[in-house]
Ligand binder design. Sequence first.
Ligand code: GLY
Length: 314
Amino acid sequence: MVKPFLMGSDSAENYLDIGLKILREKGTALDAIEQTCRAVESNPDDHGVGLGGIPNLAGEVTLDASIMCGRTLGAGSVAHIKNYLHVITLARKVMDDSPHVLLVGDGAELFAEYNGFKKTKLLTPYAEEFYNAFKEKRLHELGPEYDQDKGYLREDEQDYDTGTWFNLLEPHMRGTVNVMAMDINQNIATAVTTSGTYLKLPGRVGDSPIIGAGNYCDNRYGAACCTGTGELAIRNGTARAVVAYMKMGMGPTEACEESMKEIQEIVEIPTMNVIAFNRDGETGGASTYREILYYYMDHDSVKVENRKGAWVKK
Ligand code: GLY
């Protein structure tokens, strides 16, 4: 029998003990990952998740999240949420109490209101200052690659050099959080929560709430979750692919590497990460662009363990 454990991506490392306490008390993997994600969502200094997320080009913070149960293959997701903080709990409510998997925008917010969720202002003074600084930073050297996107932008947004801006933002980026666990009953669950790409086009939704792209698990084989450029995980069905590779006999690291190779094949300089574990409790991770660390705690841990994934280079 595998002892209960949980693991997570960057941003989760300081909060895994919350989920571990639940697992140690014989709680469920679903409760452990949900409570861990809620803590990350509440951190205003994390600018890629929940409160304090960096807004989109229209100045709105929009949140996406998903949760999945490996025992039933039940799943719940929400996307483009503007007024509610704990989107992971809202996603769980969709899974537990609705006949659907994915709710978006106004309908999802109506579902939140109906279920008694408290409205929260997500834009913090820091994130607002960031956005205002972005608006003042008008550069006039647009590359032709941006021309096709211009039609989506308001007139006063059309002259931003987003490439330069993203370079300025990079040191501040923490991004999406993945939390995955196995409990004492050997049930697996996975969760992803995010405010998505900084300064994204209004309406953009990434991989985090897309079951099979950013999040997937199955008690029989294992679990996988993604961070990075969500469009790539959507195009490749990355999380589902990694679980399928584990079903076919690959170990978690090999399965993660294989999925990152697929992404390397379609994009010149991809920025994608995936972490995974199998039903035997073996863990792995891979990235297309960096030395990826992920974070692990099990029933006997006294502190968070940093584990290194593979850097898949072209
Ligand atoms: N991976 C998170 C996103 O692209 O929104």
